[in-house]
Write a protein that binds this ligand. Structure first.
Ligand SMILES: [Zn+2]
Ligand SMILES: [Zn+2]
Length: 219
């Protein structure tokens, strides 16, 4: 299959790579129908985040169709359409049970203190192969995929992998309540989702602050 592979700083290639295989009963294989490029990927390409391993498939945003599930994955079947959250978590440790999936004790092979495990990241995040590929391996698949209703198309669903939750997290940390006046600094994609999230939480007035001309006319 084809995949976007990290070879070095400034050296990203579309390579032919082996098809992923189910290695553990908790794995699934998903045929990717949509993927996207996150600002985080640009750090790896520019070298502003180090420790990437040559050969790692990039990308942590993906929507697709389940092709195969391991024997322990009972809540999904072949043909299910899913969005894949960017972080990888076991679903059963104390942090996962408290919904702190990014703090999972089990998903990162470097140990519980190593930090968040995610797709297509540097060595200390796994490394796990990413989602900018034709067929992706999803570990801990019973908790690492979310079923999509038909009316949510790929273009909308892909936002749920990473970028919308990232913007929402900002709005959540700011404890926005109905009627609040909110200022959002930086109106790139994450900032725009922070704006959308502030609206969702009922903000009364929102100031969007940015110095990029093309973003200023956006509503
Ligand atoms: Zn990202
Ligand atoms: Zn966990």
């Amino acid at each position: 299959m084809q995949a976007v592979v990290w070879h070095g700083v400034g050296d990203i290639r579309l390579d032919d790579v082996p098809e992923p295989q189910i290695n553990r009963p908790t794995d699934a294989i998903v045929r990717i129908t949509s993927s996207a490029i996150c600002g985080t990927d640009l750090h790896f390409i520019r070298g502003t985040v180090s420790n990437m391993v040559e050969g790692t498939i990039l990308g942590h945003e993906g929507v697709g169709i389940v092709e195969k599930v391991g024997s322990s994955v009972r809540n999904f079947k072949e043909g299910d359409r899913v969005v894949i959250p960017s972080t990888i978590a076991c679903g059963y440790c104390s942090y996962c049970r408290a919904s702190y999936y990014a703090q999972c004790d089990n998903a990162n092979p470097n140990g519980r203190d190593a930090g968040t495990a995610f797709y297509g990241g540097p060595k200390d995040t796994g490394p796990f192969n990413g989602l900018q590929c034709e067929n992706a391996l999803v570990p801990f698949a019973s908790v690492g995929m979310v079923k999509l209703p038909d009316e949510v198309n790929d273009e909308k669903a892909i936002m749920l992998s990473d970028i919308f939750p990232t913007g929402y997290f900002g709005a959540d940390m700011a404890r926005i309540k109905p009627g609040h006046t909110v200022a959002i600094f930086g109106c790139g994609p994450v900032g725009q989702f922070a704006i959308a999230s502030a609206k969702l939480r009922g903000a009364g007035r929102i100031y969007a602050v940015d110095s990029v001309d093309s973003r200023l006319p956006l509503e």
